[in-house]
Design a protein around this ligand. Structure first.
Ligand code: KG4
Ligand code: ZN
Length: 344
């Protein structure tokens, strides 16, 4: 079973060719530079850029995989959640290809696909781990610029959202506090790097909802507290070491909340495995602290490899392949995007 998968939910134009649970090719064309000057993703610009990039990206993955269109058995694309205009480009293109080839089309939930990325071994040839179902049930943290979710994965296609952010996503908190510090967009990776040489205890910021009974997150209060702190201490930004200390302190507050709530959810739900994916999972402190906490609590930990933490079509294709293998009905070619599609 050979599939072409397309992902355009936000600012990455990505396509992949997946065969029998293994990635043959995966390309991501990032728009980060385009959106940098606005300090965030501009939906209309993203859509226009997807239109420009999609065909070259699709041609490239087909070429890399040495697959011709007539060898495709199905086409998949992200149907939601995401930016409406961005989703529309990928979904309609994929449906058109499926129509022309007379092959089934599968519309994929972006978050459900993220649940698969920790199980794809890019270094091991791009195959889905054969034993991944041995680690179910598990608790999965999906943490990016647009989302912060804790999900209980019961079986591969059965899951329940335990909690999500009630305001800003963790990645947004990294990006917006970094912007206040004058760092380039997206600030998450910059903060990660500067924090390496900073003192995480230099400044004390709130850990929102850390002790709240729910599995929900909130990061806007932390962002506001950094804003007031900088308003009252503007000279701090003239000192590179103080900026590094600030990065380390903000990062520690975010990571502490993410790790503590993930571990607590895993304990409460009696699982033995934790997984994580999404752009913020590239963060070294988060990876390290999750590893330490899982070890201490006796949980297996599976983190998505860094190249698959951020948005990519490989995870869309892997999930579509699993759905087809389980005879889940194809998605109609007239179906629309679902920008607010919640994970069931
Ligand atoms: O998954 P992603 O590529 O796109 C979506 O938001 O859907 O995630 C991008 C987010 C940005 O907020 C970026 O700052 C953050 O992931 N990010 C990081 C790191 N690398 C990416 N945040 C903290 N540390 C990093 N190393
Ligand atoms: Zn994502």
């Amino acid at each position: 079973m050979t599939l072409l998968a397309i992902e355009t939910s936000c600012d990455e134009t990505s396509a992949a060719v997946v065969r029998d649970g293994c990635i043959l090719s995966n390309t991501v064309s990032s728009q980060v530079a385009l959106h940098a000057e606005y300090g965030g993703v501009v939906p209309e610009l993203a859509a226009r850029e997807h239109l420009k990039n999609l065909l070259p990206v699709v041609r490239r993955v087909l070429g890399d995989a040495k697959v011709t269109p007539d060898q495709l058995d199905a086409v998949a694309a992200t149907q939601g959640p995401g930016l409406a205009t961005a989703l529309l480009v990928g979904l309609k293109a994929a449906q058109a290809v499926a129509f022309a080839l007379r092959k089934p089309f599968i519309g994929i939930n972006h978050h459900e696909a993220h649940l698969f990325s920790p199980w794809i071994g890019v270094r091991g040839g791009g195959a889905l781990a054969a034993n991944f179902s041995d680690f179910q049930p598990n608790v999965s943290l999906i943490v990016s610029g647009g989302h912060t979710l804790l999900v209980l994965v019961q079986t591969e296609l059965k899951h329940r959202v335990l909690g999500s952010t009630i305001d800003d996503a963790a990645g947004e908190c990294f990006d917006k506090t970094g912007k206040m510090m004058g760092l380039a967009y997206p600030a998450g990776p910059v903060i990660d790097r500067l924090a390496e040489q900073g003192n995480p205890k230099a400044f004390d910021f709130p850990r929102p909802l850390l002790h709240d009974a729910s599995d929900d997150f909130s990061f806007s209060g932390l962002k506001t507290s950094v804003r007031y702190f900088l308003r009252d201490n503007p000279a701090l930004l003239d000192d590179p070491q103080q900026i590094r200390d600030l990065c380390a302190s903000v990062q520690t507050a975010i990571v502490e909340v993410l790790v503590a709530k993930t571990i607590r959810a895993a304990r409460r739900n009696g699982v033995r495995c934790v997984t994580a994916s999404g752009g913020v999972t590239c963060n070294r402190a988060l990876r390290q602290e999750l590893a330490l906490a899982c070890k201490k609590n006796g949980f297996a930990l599976h983190l998505a490899e860094k190249s698959l933490c951020t948005d990519n079509a490989a995870m869309i294709g892997i999930l579509a392949g699993r759905k087809l293998a389980q005879n889940i009905p194809a998605t109609g070619l007239d179906e629309d995007i679902k920008p607010g599609w919640e994970l069931a």
